[in-house]
Ligand binder design. Structure first.
Ligand code: PRP
Length: 216
């Protein structure tokens, strides 16, 4: 590892692919990541960069602990894990939204205490706190769309991208909560200690711009 090497934790999968494309646009030769195999750590041939491929919620953990200087992760994850890093850029890819969805017979105006199933309990709780509704949050790990169909919950709070998963399970959106996109997060100590970090982030910013791309 060289003195000012920049370590970047990337969310494995689609975000990782878009991040690599973004770095190529910014002029970096990313060919060393072309044949990944099962490797999870990659160092650029000039040793200036090191990439860690990790699961989304772990990106914030690596950055918070300072073992990664930068993280690239969805805003959905940051809303669930909001502390211990600096959110610096909206990267304008990985666009989707948080929505409240359910089966067509769901009545959002019903005054009974609703059960809301979600992988995002903090997001769901904050949303219903804002709307002033006291709900029971049921945390599940995935395949959330099943919950209203099978009677575990009255509705769900989840990510909607194409909407295909909702349609396939007979659900519809009742309310949109917010837009989600990939973000660049930074370890604050690294920002002070590594003089190469800010110029690198500024270079990325030039490519992504400051205008928010809407989710349609
Ligand atoms: C996410 C999300 C929805 C789906 C939305 O799930 O929780 O289920 O993608 O995408 P769509 O609107 O394009 O259909 P993920 O793929 O992460 O799987 P999981 O439910 O097992 O977590």
């Amino acid at each position: 590892m060289t003195a000012n090497q920049i370590t970047i934790a990337l969310t494995k999968g689609r975000i990782e692919q878009s991040a690599v494309e973004l770095l190529e646009k910014a002029g970096f030769d990313m060919s060393f990541m072309a044949n990944k195999g099962r490797n999870l750590i990659f160092e650029s041939p000039d040793k200036k960069f090191r990439f860690l491929l990790v699961k989304a919620p772990d990106v914030t953990t690596y950055v918070r602990h300072g073992v990664a200087d930068i993280g690239v992760v969805g805003k959905d994850v940051l809303m669930e894990h909001p502390t211990g890093y600096l959110e610096m850029l909206d990267l304008n890819f990985g666009l989707c939204k948080f929505s409240v969805a359910s089966i067509p017979s769901y009545d959002p105006t019903d005054h009974k205490r609703k059960r809301i199933a979600t992988k995002y309990p903090t997001v769901a709780r904050e949303h219903f706190n804002k709307t002033g509704e006291d709900v029971e949050i049921i945390s599940i790990q995935g395949s959330v769309e099943i919950a209203p169909v099978i009677g575990l919950a009255d509705a769900i709070v989840d990510i909607v991208e194409t909407g295909n998963t909702l349609v396939a399970n007979g659900l519809e959106v009742f309310e949109d909560i917010c837009r989600i996109s990939a973000r660049l997060i930074v370890n604050t100590a690294a920002l002070k200690n590594n003089p190469d970090l800010l110029p690198f982030i500024r270079k990325i910013e030039e490519i992504v711009g400051n205008e928010e791309v809407p989710f349609k």
